[in-house]
Design a binder for this molecule. Structure first.
Ligand SMILES: C[S@@+](CC[C@H](N)C(=O)[O-])C[C@H]1O[C@@H](n2cnc3c(N)ncnc32)[C@H](O)[C@@H]1O
Length: 357
């Protein structure tokens, strides 16, 4: 997923730097601003036990699958509804169920009625976040997944796998420049292509992992581990508004929505890390609560906290250091925020080795 602040292209940098600092006995890696789950997934593949968290529910869903799921999915009970599944080998069932869902008939549900032209053209605000066809496909698939869950035809693991597959795939067809803060007037090419559900990657291993959906400052003091990796928002842009549609598809809770873009209420998901006035205090509180020996923080040279703020706060816990890497700016920053002249920023990985933890 093309996600603000994604560390997909920095995974090797992060791993190399972290390896230079930590000792061999580290086993538990905590990724508590987890976003797409790509960092946790990387370290899960390296054999770590992962504890992941994010305040957004769509992110919880993704992490509940990419991190939490670690055994093959069998879809045992679903054979009651889809009898052909019995003849499919277990490894191929994920694909089979996704194809089955891709082929069900579209339905005019919450997404079509509020975020597609067909459903909104006669309303006060017309919106075109998805093609009519994809909006209806999304609704039908989302409703089917929920009804399977209600009928106990899928386990929790299978449910989060299916929801993650839907979130990943629908995002590829969004009619936006990059995030859900606005939609395009004309349907772009990728938005015209039909939504096809592809199985989200399943990372199988023999470790148990834990996934949470909470404000980091509420939860950090309760999570033990060896390495704490922090990747907070760097600027004022709230993830709750930029990804509101993914939140609504994940929750599918018929929220009250408002305005041109059909925002949902996000009072309990406003991040202090997006506020210049509050970020340092929140960060200090978090660092003083953390219970791991090693703390790493990704941040760049243009973020709301200054480099000296970060050094001052991390040094409260022990010996401080940092690594740097030049990094290409996120696509939306280039188009939406023309005051940025440089196309590259310097990405920092700050760390502290805690004296007491
Ligand atoms: C820079 S992104 C993380 C990107 C992630 N490392 C990746 O590669 O996909 C920051 C994340 O922090 C989450 N977030 C913001 N404030 C939070 C808070 N107070 N508690 C927990 N998560 C928060 C956002 O929802 C967002 O997913």
């Amino acid at each position: 997923m093309n996600y603000i602040g994604s560390k997909l292209s920095l995974l090797e940098f992060l791993e190399d730097a972290i390896k230079q600092v930590v000792d061999e006995n580290c086993n538990i890696f905590c990724d508590l601003f987890a976003g797409t789950g790509i960092v946790g997934s990387h370290f899960k593949k390296k054999g770590y036990r992962i504890r992941a968290n994010d305040i957004q529910y769509y992110s919880y869903v993704l992490n509940r699958h990419y991190i939490g799921n670690h055994r093959e999915l069998v879809f045992e009970k679903l054979t009651n509804e889809i009898s052909e599944l019995k003849d499919i080998s277990i490894e191929k069932r994920k694909n089979f169920v996704c194809t089955y869902l891709s082929n069900i008939e579209g339905s005019k549900g919450f997404i079509y009625n509020n975020y597609c032209l067909g459903g909104t053209k006669d309303k006060k605000e017309s919106r075109q976040y998805f093609s009519d066809e994809n909006g209806m496909r999304c609704d039908a698939i989302r409703q089917k997944i929920e009804s399977w869950k209600e009928q106990r035809l899928v386990s929790d693991d299978e449910y989060y796998f299916l929801l993650s597959s839907l979130i990943e795939c629908i995002d590829k067809h969004a009619n936006t420049a990059s995030v859900y803060g606005a939609f395009l007037k004309k349907l772009k090419r990728s938005a015209q292509n039909s939504l096809v559900l592809k199985p989200a990657e399943l990372i199988v291993n023999d470790q148990e992992h834990e996934v949470f959906n909470d404000d980091i400052n509420e939860i950090a003091g309760k999570i033990n581990g060896d390495i704490l990796y922090l990747d907070p928002p760097y600027n004022h842009r709230q993830y709750a508004t930029n990804y509101h549609l993914l939140e609504t598809i994940a929750k599918y809770d018929n929220p009250k929505i408002y305005g041109k873009t059909g925002l949902r209420n996000y009072d309990n998901q406003k991040s202090l890390y997006c506020s210049r006035l509050q970020v340092k205090k929140a960060f200090r509180d978090l660092i003083l609560k953390a219970k791991t020996k090693y703390i790493f923080l990704s941040y760049n040279n243009e973020g709301l906290m200054t480099l000296s703020d970060i050094k001052e706060v991390l040094s409260l816990r022990g010996e401080y250091g940092f690594f740097t890497r030049e990094y290409n700016r996120f696509k939306a920053d280039k188009t939406e925020n023309r005051q940025h002249k440089a196309s590259k920023t310097v990405e920092y990985l700050h760390y502290v080795v805690c004296e007491e933890y």
